[in-house]
Design a binder for this molecule. Sequence first.
Ligand SMILES: C[S@@+](CC[C@H](N)C(=O)[O-])C[C@H]1O[C@@H](n2cnc3c(N)ncnc32)[C@H](O)[C@@H]1O
Length: 291
Amino acid sequence: MKTSHSFGGPWTKDKLNRLDKYLSAYMKIFTTHPKARNLITYYIDAFAGTGYRAAKAGNEDQGLFDDTDAENFQKGSAVIAIETEPPFNHYIFIETKRRFIEELEALRKSHPDKSIRIVSEDSNQFLKRWCKGMDWSKNRAVAFLDPYGGQVEWETIESIAATKAIDLWLLFPLGQVVNRILTRKEPSPAWSKRLDLIFGTSEWRSEFYKKPVQQGLFGEELAPEKSTSLKAIEEFFIKRLKTVFEEVATPMPLRNSRNVPIFLLCFAAGNPRGAKTAVKIANDILLKEEE
Ligand SMILES: C[S@@+](CC[C@H](N)C(=O)[O-])C[C@H]1O[C@@H](n2cnc3c(N)ncnc32)[C@H](O)[C@@H]1O
């Protein structure tokens, strides 16, 4: 029996549809373009889950299923990637939860024709090592980083960008994590450390906190206070991506029912030759209203 893995929100189906479209477009190019045909292609899912997702009670997704079985299981990113036509040469699924890894093993067994590697390790650790160890003159990849929250570290993003061979899809936890831990007064040391890891710099502090112009009751300087917006945090992160990637797409906000952008669906491309085309395709996919 499948393990029930319920995650995300009303936007999840939309997010996965857009990923699906990109993977098909990417593989079409790689099988038809004469210069790309000889390259080996990888799909790497850094927060792979089980391959399926179950709808949450009260989720606006419910009742809209088109791929479900009787238990309301829909395809998750790993299954969507496996079913991409033309297929990738290799698939890597990273997951830390034992029960989910067992589901991924079952998925692998049911696709004996596909080269699927399952990695049971923290994806930041694995990706940094893997990106360094591959010969990127022969290989290309699409990486999908779809965490629950603030697990993706900047160093991992940097390693992906440094390959100049990986297209990155990333869920940035804008309202879900970052805006929440940017408390009115400066965050605690533990949260500050998490923000440093997410942004790869401590510049967020001077960017998002300002000393009040007024002084305290006795002329003393007041502690800095939060002075930013969701849009400014988005712009700061996109600017960071642009420091390491060749091209970055316009991110798509994934909003909750109160219209708050909980996540940003981001895309960045590192290959100097392919990045413009890749970002054009991603922008078309991201800016289009979902049918
Ligand atoms: C939002 S879910 C991913 C859903 C999946 N992309 C899909 O569409 O089916 C996040 C997954 O990341 C896993 N996870 C959490 N921390 C991780 C880490 N440090 N490294 C690898 N996987 C992790 C969780 O167990 C969970 O299955």
